[in-house]
Design a protein around this ligand. Structure first.
Ligand code: IZC
Ligand code: ZN
Length: 409
């Protein structure tokens, strides 16, 4: 199967197979009047004008902007229920961590997820994925962590496995059994951590259900020492480490990320100078989640300081029923631009190559280059600035996944 996309007004893409930081965060190649020739889902040739050979399918890009498909490197995609009943509490100023400490928040979603059948969870996630795809997300990550017991964690991870077979978005799985201490272990937190390390993690690894392990390292949730133990156990089993660090309080999460060589550290709203330096030393990608800052009424992470410190930045949605009930990565891109004061080129890098690197896929996706998978967006505009200038409306026109048109707006 071959496809030719021609009459591309401007093709804008990062280059390479590794995350970019500092000045290189904004290095985007742009080719005017471009074409892309694809065979069997892989990019075979990129050039200018129109080649004198055809393809089975030809797409006239009508002089519009073309970029790589977007990569949402941080979501909690599979969950039961929603949490709109917490809206009034949040509006009255009750903090996120207080709602959790009172048995709500994550624990309320855990109750709903335990009750739901695999098919119910699958149908619900499928509906989200359809919206994400239409908005340009062609690859995403999905965390478990609403089971907090073996059976339900495996149910969530198996839902992701089936979703990968039944729709277009590639989903990378992360095991997040360390998302909260479940209610039945409130007085025995050490026993839950033993269960995570000695039973849940080995089972998940042995069944090949996750590529990464994530821990909510936060005041009142998992301490730095507990997070270190869990993540090092995961690394010993061959899983990559991710860490929810400094989302609300700075307890040393980003320092830990650098120390253990996590692939990415998430949120980083409250990261200290020392924390940022540690990310740099440990080669950690900073995964920033501006929609969550917006939704929790929190400050925005120090994106500009991370650029200065040469820490590669990735931007994702954090889609989840509590702190970010939106899966619109375009909206996250807008907020990133305005609140971190990042340029459109730097944000494009953050949702393509750097995001692909944050989930271990930067050799296959994240740029439009010969040999990479043809995950491509045609936008409803002819320049990159326009995407960041407009907001609140879907600006993607055509979504191409592995050389097939999968959404048309
Ligand atoms: O369900 O509240 N921060 N985990 C850590 C979340 C937000 C998801 C949730
Ligand atoms: Zn999260």
């Amino acid at each position: 199967m071959s496809m030719l996309i021609f009459n591309i007004g401007v093709l804008m893409t990062p280059l390479g197979t590794t995350a970019k930081s500092g000045a290189a965060q904004g290095e985007i190649q742009s080719i005017r009047n471009a074409f892309i020739y694809i065979r069997d889902g892989i990019i075979i040739e990129i050039g200018q004008g129109k080649p004198n050979y055809g393809a089975e399918e030809e797409i006239d890009a009508q002089s519009l902007l073309v970029t790589p498909g977007l990569v949402d490197a941080h979501t909690h995609l599979v969950f039961g229920g929603w949490r709109e009943h917490e809206l009034a509490l949040k509006l009255q100023g009750v903090p996120y961590l207080d709602i959790l400490a009172q048995g709500g928040g994550i624990l309320s979603t855990v109750r709903a997820t335990r009750k739901a059948s695999g098919v119910e969870l699958q149908e619900k996630a499928l509906a989200s994925l359809k919206v994400m795809l239409a908005h340009g997300t062609t690859t995403c990550e999905a965390k478990s962590g609403y089971g907090l017991k073996m059976e339900t964690e495996l149910k969530q991870l198996n839902v992701v496995k089936s979703l990968n077979q039944m729709q277009a978005i590639t989903i990378v799985s992360t095991f997040m059994g360390a998302h909260a201490i479940p209610e039945e272990y409130q007085d025995r937190r050490d026993a839950y951590i033993e269960l995570l390390i000695h039973e849940m993690l080995p089972t998940v690894a042995q069944q090949g259900l996750a590529s990464f392990c994530d821990v909510f390292c936060e005041a009142g949730v998992f301490s730095v020492d507990e997070s270190r133990r869990i993540l090092q156990a995961a690394q010993a089993l061959g899983l990559g480490a991710k860490i929810h660090a400094d989302e609300i309080t700075s307890i040393g999460g980003s320092e830990l990320a650098g120390e253990i060589g996590a692939i990415s550290a998430e949120h980083l709203i409250a990261a200290s100078d020392k924390g940022i330096a540690s990310l740099k030393t440990g080669n950690v990608i900073a995964c920033l989640l501006p929609l969550t800052s917006f939704y929790l009424g929190k400050p925005y992470a120090r994106g500009g300081d991370m650029i200065k410190a040469e820490v590669p930045i990735c931007i994702a949605t954090d889609f989840n029923p509590g702190s970010c009930p939106s899966n619109n990565l375009q909206l996250a891109m807008n907020l990133a631009c305005w609140n971190y004061r990042l340029l459109p080129s730097q944000v494009l890098m953050a949702v393509t190559l750097n995001a692909a690197a944050a989930i271990g896929l930067s050799k296959e996706i994240g740029t439009l280059e010969v040999g990479k998978r043809a995950d491509i967006l045609i936008w409803n505009c002819d320049n990159l600035d326009y995407i960041f200038y407009r907001f609140g409306e879907n600006l993607v026109k055509t979504v191409i996944k592995a050389g097939c048109v999968v959404a048309q707006n």
